[in-house]
Design a protein around this ligand. Structure first.
Ligand code: FAD
Length: 418
């Protein structure tokens, strides 16, 4: 760390997920006094149970026209990857309209252009961030495979693959035999596939964040377990956090509160249309089958990842608002999918989890300075790619706090774009 910094500030980060901890570590390395505040221990939010991929190729927006056409069918299918709690539908409607508009060809291109540099070289950014921490040993670099049952489902995704390859993603096309050769435990139903080599993964996302947080604390950072209830504003901007414990005076504030960020930013003059997009996982211990790398099954839009505690099947998108209880029947669906994908898998020893992805309708995060206050910065809204983009986001926030020009265009991520 660099305690001699001339520009040492007292920086408070709300949120100890992968994004907040990445910000905190980068800020500490710049020589600032950094405090992280979270109502749960580090890595206890959405960063806890994700699929673990550092998927640098996932810069294509969620709202591609081909995807939108499938939405009605998915909503009607109880095993489908998408669900809306109908009580939440009226509040979701404006978000959905923006989501659909983000699928226009000119917007798709702009979104890919904006997101690609944020996600690029994620594996390398993770390795650099984790160097010398307990997180380092949790990182793998086996690449990732996408599998399709037939030529039609492959063709449906052609646009997405064209966009990826046009921006430099190197993919290897696979036939049925090549798929089985790489992953012998897969059901013999997948005729087509792609292998992407520049994808890494972690074998335990929660421990990855905890390892980084432990190093942060050992290096002089402070982590407080408090819920932030309200943010007081002084003459210069946010000045005090009102929490469920002692209140905290603040100098510089970074909001990295994941899906709950709008509850804090709205009162600071920056409301954003942020939804909590609920996902689920089942982790299958003692699965009794080999799995060498993460495999994305296009039919039901989920990922199977080899992890330390077992094979994790993660996916589904459910919109029900921030306060709706999880519906763990959707996790049971993922266990059913596991059997479909791996006929010989033993699913007798499973644990389930659910978490809220922070998702904005244009698939882009909010990263940058507040348009209202000079001592306030935002780092949230990373939808399906927060683990992938977390380390780079942390660097960007450290640059902004230090007054350095970021080495990528962050204007598409500004909070007042809506
Ligand atoms: C099923 C599933 C699979 C996924 N797979 C992948 C994947 O393979 N790769 C990938 O890149 N991404 C993946 N994601 C997305 C990724 O998990 C998220 O984008 C990422 O975890 C967001 O990180 P975050 O730090 O912004 O939010 P979080 O991890 O949710 O952290 C935010 C923190 O803020 C705290 N907080 C909120 N409000 C307050 C408050 N008022 N006071 C105090 N603390 C507060 C919360 O307690 C929480 O700990 C997946 C998500 C899901 C659900």
């Amino acid at each position: 760390m660099n305690p001699q910094s001339d520009h040492r500030r007292q920086v408070t980060v709300i949120g100890a997920g992968i994004v907040g901890i990445s910000c905190a570590l980068n800020l500490l390395r710049d020589g600032h006094d950094v405090t992280v505040v979270d109502r749960v221990p580090p890595g206890g939010g959405c960063s806890r149970g994700n699929a673990g991929l550092f998927s640098s190729d996932s810069f294509v927006p969620l709202s591609l026209p081909g995807t939108l056409r499938k939405v009605p069918g998915w909503l009607l299918d109880p095993l489908g990857p998408l669900a809306i709690r109908w009580r939440h539908a009226p509040r979701l409607l404006p978000w959905l309209i923006r989501f659909v508009l983000a699928g226009r060809p000119d917007r798709v291109k702009a979104i890919c252009d904006a997101l690609e540099p944020l996600l690029d070289s994620s594996l390398e950014h993770h390795l650099a961030l984790a160097k010398g921490t307990e997180a380092e040993g949790l990182i793998r670099s086996e690449g990732c495979m996408y599998v399709y049952e037939d030529a039609k489902s492959l063709a449906d995704e052609a646009k997405s693959w064209d966009l990826r390859q046009a921006r430099g993603t190197i993919v290897e096309k696979l036939n049925a035999a090549q798929i089985r050769e790489r992953e012998p435990a897969l059901a013999p139903i997948f005729e087509h596939g792609y292998y992407v080599s520049n994808v890494g993964h972690t074998v335990e996302p929660m421990l990855l964040v905890k390892g980084l947080a432990k190093y942060f604390a050992q290096s002089g950072g402070v982590i407080l377990q408090r819920e932030v209830r309200y943010i007081e504003i002084g003459p210069e901007g946010p000045s005090r956090l009102i929490t469920d414990g002692d209140d905290l005076d603040i100098d510089v504030l970074v909001i990295a509160a994941g899906a709950f960020s709008n509850r804090l930013t709205a009162g600071l003059g920056s409301p954003v249309p942020l939804e909590g997009e609920r996902g689920y996982h089942v982790t299958i211990a003692n699965a009794g089958i080999p799995l060498n790398m993460p495999v994305f099954a296009n039919t039901y839009k989920f990922i199977a990842t080899p992890m330390a505690p077992g094979i994790r099947i993660a996916g589904t998108a459910e919109f029900g608002g921030l306060d709706a209880e999880p519906n763990f029947a959707r996790a049971d669906v993922l266990a059913t999918h596991a059997k479909w994908m791996f006929p010989d898998i033993d699913t007798s020893d499973v644990t389930t989890w659910s978490g809220l992805r922070p998702t904005l309708p244009d698939s882009l995060p909010v990263i940058g300075p507040s348009p209202v206050f000079g001592n306030l910065f935002f780092a949230f809204g990373h939808q399906h790619v927060g683990l992938t983009g977390g380390p780079r986001t942390g660097k960007l926030i450290a640059d902004l706090v230090a007054g350095r020009a970021p080495n990528m265009d962050i204007r598409p991520f500004r909070a007042d774009r809506f």
